[in-house]
Ligand binder design. Structure first.
Ligand code: PMP
Length: 322
């Protein structure tokens, strides 16, 4: 198999050379933040498109700022690194790009700073990025089955919920594992005061009487880029406004439609929550339309949204005979 390439410690290296010490702060304490970016292979154009790559790196910068970490590359530089890593791997299929900012200091002790006389010195941070071929994370053809997790979604004053912090994902991992062990596809997490927050790795929308509803950012959600995409295309393509408000657990049981969306998960209709059939237990009409729009857009098949798609490879010039 061909060597896989990553970006690590400022260089493009074979992935076998990209290793950290077991003493690394981030490995011991979860002091890092990350992104997940999808790239879609467009067979007709022989092109791979990264979806909303700038927005992902803007969020990575916001996460790093929240965690008091230093991300030394600009959004434009990060986008270039992502393109270069995917291109070096010569991927010709759908991919998932994983950039991570992490506390790279090999130091035991919780603080991310140390005192040096009168000054406070931050432990060093570093950045790496790798990419893998990636198929569907959740079923996007058949509706999925969800449960309400016994694990509450992390509270913003426990850990910053809108930062995509590595340590925070223990919360999601526990919820996802519990759901799968109990025979469900995905977990839906509630806030500590019992309102719907989101899936373990996806934002959530319901449809009631033709209205699209999603929990507000104040419900400890990750402010998803797919969520923002859905809100925009629902309005611009279907003329449907989204209401951002608190959602009760039992509203999920009586919703006409329910779907989860996120970069990894893409968009999946939910057929059941806690063994209650949602709507008709099929892909609902609004969900189906949004899913179709979404998949066309991310694959670079929708000229109106071409700005959201960043080509990885140089455009192949069509040969026209005269
Ligand atoms: N919530 C959580 C907890 C997630 O991990 C993700 C995936 N990044 C999302 C929501 C969806 O975010 P996005 O659409 O930006 O991928």
């Amino acid at each position: 198999m061909a060597e896989e390439w990553a970006f690590f410690e400022g260089e493009y290296v074979p992935i076998s050379k990209a290793s950290v010490s077991i003493k690394t702060h981030a490995l011991n304490y979860g002091t890092g933040c990350f992104e997940g970016i999808r790239g879609y292979w467009n067979e007709e154009e022989e092109q791979l498109y990264l979806f909303r790559v700038e927005e992902h790196f803007e969020r990575l910068h916001r996460s790093a700022r929240t965690l008091r970490m230093n991300l030394k590359y600009s959004v434009a530089e990060l986008a270039e690194i992502a393109k270069n890593v995917v291109a070096r791997n010569e991927f010709r299929s759908d991919v998932y790009v994983r950039p991570v900012v992490y506390k790279s200091g090999a130091i035991v002790g919780l603080s991310m700073v140390r005192r040096d006389g009168d000054t406070t010195v931050f432990l060093p941070d570093d950045f790496f990025l790798f990419a893998v071929e990636f198929g569907d994370y959740l079923d996007v053809n058949e509706p999925i089955k969800c449960c309400i997790s016994t694990w509450q979604r992390v509270d913003d004053n426990v850990m910053p919920a809108r930062a995509k912090a590595t340590g925070l994902y223990l919360n999601s991992s526990l919820a996802k594992t519990e759901a799968e062990e109990n025979g469900f596809d995905e977990a839906i997490m509630l806030t500590s005061d019992g309102h719907v927050s989101e899936g373990s790795g996806e934002n959530l929308f319901i449809v009631r009487d033709g209205t699209l509803i999603t929990p507000t950012p104040a419900e400890n959600i990750l402010e998803g880029i797919t969520r923002a995409t859905m809100i925009q295309i629902a309005k611009d393509e279907l003329g449907i406004d989204t209401v951002e408000r608190q959602v009760d657990r039992s509203e999920l049981y009586v919703a006409d439609e329910l779907f989860l969306c996120g970069t990894g998960a893409q968009a999946s209709a939910v057929a059941e929550v806690d063994h209650r059939i949602v709507g008709k237990g099929t892909v609902g009409p609004i969900t189906g339309k949004l899913m179709k729009l979404y998949f066309d857009i991310v694959k670079g098949k929708s000229p109106k949204y071409a700005d959201w798609c960043t080509a990885v490879y140089p455009a192949t010039v069509g040969v026209t005979s005269t």
